[in-house]
Design a protein around this ligand. Structure first.
Ligand SMILES: CC(C)(COP(=O)(O)OP(=O)(O)OC[C@H]1O[C@@H](n2cnc3c(N)ncnc32)[C@H](O)[C@@H]1OP(=O)(O)O)[C@@H](O)C(=O)NCCC(=O)NCCS
Length: 213
């Protein structure tokens, strides 16, 4: 059986465009968030990040996090993302509320050759259920199209992750199929896939009738 991988839509772009996307990723040091200011995760954040992720309401639905979650595995995860940024292929941001508490994180995978990307992440559990994740995702996707100059965003979520499905459907993403996602520990998980391209994003009429900005 052919292995289906993400993104499902793959339109190769010119080497010049791919290089411009890599440079935009390499130059990014913050991105919009609905839970406070964001900055790049640094190795010294591993302890606070570990504490944030301990809550199963945060880590359980996410297949890209290291397992087991330890100080060492998270330190490697952060270091690996700094290397991804140097290659222009990934970014890891931490978000902080005004009281300096970690309030969320955003993990971006970028495929410069297809001008495509995926945004993953989580909101602190006491901030969930208030549509902050929805607002954060909306401004984050907008930033990926505008600042990183992507043409396509491809998202995955576990079949039982109703909130992510509602979030993506509400923002105009279309279901594209199902893939097997591979966890860093070698385990697998079925994932539903959604995609939206730049043109459709520009034409979405938001449910709250306002456009992302
Ligand atoms: C997924 C996540 C980012 C969503 O952000 P959020 O701000 O908490 O989202 P909310 O729960 O306020 O709302 C999301 C949508 O799901 C709906 N929803 C929430 N709980 C629901 C339930 N039990 N049944 C049906 N719909 C539900 C909300 O009404 C909202 O839909 P709407 O946009 O049509 O109003 C956040 O919950 C989170 O961090 N979860 C843990 C990690 C995670 O799952 N990350 C995504 C991995 S793909």
């Amino acid at each position: 059986m052919t292995k289906v991988e993400i993104p499902i839509t793959r339109n190769p772009v010119s080497p010049e465009r791919a290089e411009a996307i890599r440079r935009a990723v390499q130059g990014a040091s913050t991105m919009p968030s609905a839970t406070g200011g964001s900055r790049l995760a640094q190795p010294s954040d591993a302890e606070a990040f570990l504490e944030f992720l301990q809550d199963p309401a945060i880590h359980a639905p996410i297949y890209t996090l290291p397992r087991p979650l330890t100080l060492a595995s998270l330190g490697d995860f952060i270091a690996d993302h700094l290397e991804q940024r140097e290659r222009g292929e990934g970014l890891l941001f931490l978000n902080f509320t005004e009281d300096d508490r970690l309030s969320g994180y955003t993990d971006l995978i970028i495929w410069p050759q297809w001008a495509a990307g995926e945004l993953g992440g989580a909101v602190r559990s006491d901030l969930q259920g208030q549509r902050r994740g929805v607002e954060g995702a909306k401004t984050g996707f907008n930033w990926m199209f505008e600042v990183l100059q992507l043409d396509l965003i491809c998202e995955t979520a576990a079949p039982d992750n109703i909130r992510s499905a509602r979030l993506l459907g509400g923002l105009g993403f279309k279901r594209k199929g199902e893939v097997t996602s591979h966890r860093p520990d070698g385990g697998t998980r079925a994932s539903l896939v959604w995609e939206i391209n730049r043109e459709d994003w520009g034409n979405v009429v938001w449910r709250d009738k306002t456009k992302a900005h």
